[in-house]
Design a protein around this ligand. Structure first.
Ligand code: ZN
Length: 200
């Protein structure tokens, strides 16, 4: 196969892509490329100080099993079911071909992991393009910790996975499990940015 490259794609590292055909039979190659330089975008980013003092809005995002993504502001979560729906044709094919292992793989959490990974990659590029600070932070204790008083009083591990809402026994705050985690993730992101000031 050969490609006529009118866009100088040879100068880019090609990432995930696919082919599509329109109604007139014309074929397209859709491919992701990293931006040639993200340095120029650095100048568009707001100052770290303006993020930390909240004069520029920021959002924490918790990636999870029930909600694909939950947010620290008041936007609604992204439901994980939408991602499963996309997998139905592949699942049906595997079932017809009597491939139980493949069926289990498609239904497993690994699929969500792949979705999260793609989501993170896209988000990173979008943020770089839009001049937005982006950081992945350690999610340890983000679910257990009360985002209001910081006590580790929340639901723990897999055993408490079914608990969606809880009240902090220390300060009395009422939390949605995933939104509380997103608040803690946002706080961790702010700490990361603050560290960036101290360590140039
Ligand atoms: Zn609390």
């Amino acid at each position: 196969m050969s490609l006529w490259d009118s866009y100088g794609l040879g100068n880019f590292e090609l990432r995930a892509g696919n082919f599509s055909e329109d109604s007139r039979g014309r074929w397209y190659l859709n491919v992701c490329v990293p931006r040639a330089s993200t340095m120029a975008d650095e100048s568009h980013k707001p100052s770290i100080g303006s993020v930390l003092d909240r004069s520029v809005p920021s959002v924490g995002i918790d990636l999870g099993l029930k909600s694909f993504a939950a947010f620290s502001d008041d936007r609604p979560p992204i439901d994980a079911k939408g991602f499963y729906r996309d997998l139905q044709p592949a699942l049906a094919r595997a079932q017809r071909a009597r491939q139980p292992k493949r069926c289990r793989a498609i239904q497993a959490k690994s699929v969500l992991d792949a979705g999260w990974s793609a989501f993170r990659t896209m988000l990173q590029y979008k943020c770089a393009h839009a001049g937005v600070w982006f950081a992945e932070v350690d999610e340890a204790f983000s679910t257990q910790t009360c985002s209001v008083c910081n006590s580790r009083a929340g639901p723990k591990g897999r055993k408490d996975l079914g608990i969606r809402g809880w009240q902090c026994p220390v300060c009395g705050a009422i939390h949605d499990r995933d939104v509380n985690a997103a608040h803690n993730i946002l706080a961790a992101g702010h700490r990361r940015l603050a560290e960036g000031i101290r360590v140039p």
